[in-house]
Design a protein around this ligand. Sequence first.
Ligand code: SF4
Length: 443
Amino acid sequence: MTTTSRRPSVSAAVTARTGSRHRSSAKSFLEPGSPALTEEPPSQRLTGRARFFPSVPDTDWNDWKWQFRHRITSIEQLNAFIPLTPEESARLKLVTARYPMAITPYYLSLIDPDDPDDPIRRQAVPAFEEVTLGCLGMEDPLGEKEDSIVPGLVHRYPDRVLMVLTDICPMLCRHCTRKREWRHGAWTRTDTEIEAMLDYLRRTPAVRDVVISGGDPLTLSTAALESVIARLRAIPHIEIIRIGSRYPVVLPQRIDAGLCDMLSKYGPIWLNTHFNHPNELTPESRAACDRLLRAGVPVNNQSVLLRGVNDSVETMTRLVQGLLRAKVRPYYLYQCDEVQGTEHLRTKVETGIKIIEGLRGHTSGLAVPTFVVDLVQGGGKVPLQPNYVLSMSENELILKNYEGQVFRYRNPDIRRAEDVAGAPVPASGVVESLLAEAERGTI
Ligand code: SF4
């Protein structure tokens, strides 16, 4: 995200980050004697919404603006739901002084408060390592500020641009690449700034693809978003509009009929979202994706590989298979960027390659995302794969399949075929003599 000007949130956004009125609200969700305060064994305890928010009526719970206004933004509020020791509270206050916290009630309800390693908790609740390891990494590893054409518009690749309309997100993901922006306060682009972006796009016919991303653009009201999308759609050379949003995952109530009706008028619009763990595939989030699909908006998923969240073949298999059942295509698996304050969530690159190796061939090809490292300083995405090519010459390749079997594959060569017409041609097939070596790991 590129931001050279900061503006207070304007009416286009439903609200800025929560202020003091939210700080007193968390305790009111918990009534004395509610299940959250009892000492039942874990198996008999209520979970999710019934445990944390038993008194919230459906009309509020299903209202995305209510969810947004009641985000958990202070450690005191958090402590009402997830018991913290005084030492933990003190430490987390230090963290939030540098990196704020915001968790929607819906997303909080997915956390098991009895599990300190809960994968939803790791994405939403601050960790002390964000500051103790804060010297590692970079503020802006992707060098997004460098490629800004006008405020809010990044033009790095020939035919596509990134348009950033706001820095407000419904939840502040602890692994966010743009953590550096959090302390600058909430802002939304003014119409003058949006017009400057659109003016550049009207004058730049090479651009055919506009990515509207985050901060989360669905934080804008549907009317404000429509005003931008309608003007984009009026530019003849803009073929595709893509929206990057985590709302389907952290606040699926936002994907309402009004939004879907609006999006359906301006296709082709694609939406890339960000599921990281199978526990996020709830009836609500699946229904949100379904509403988008029915509005003609294809939904792709971009996961980030996170330590203790999804860094195993088993978890990623459950996630990608669940995504396919929800008709969402697993698109990318990102290596977590070298961002300051995220080191505790980063894995080694080899972990991602092993996960792809554990998926490829073992489940539908459609379920296998492309594992990518986004290079520092704007170097772009590099796809990484397990090595299936053991050797390659002009005439043949020696390939390893997903089970470790080794095959010879004949490379077609028309000139050679003419020379040897009538002569036996080496066939493709399993290379038995190499199998033993492959098993010994010497190939
Ligand atoms: S939704 Fe995206 S931009 Fe917003 S906090 Fe999460 S990772 Fe960052």
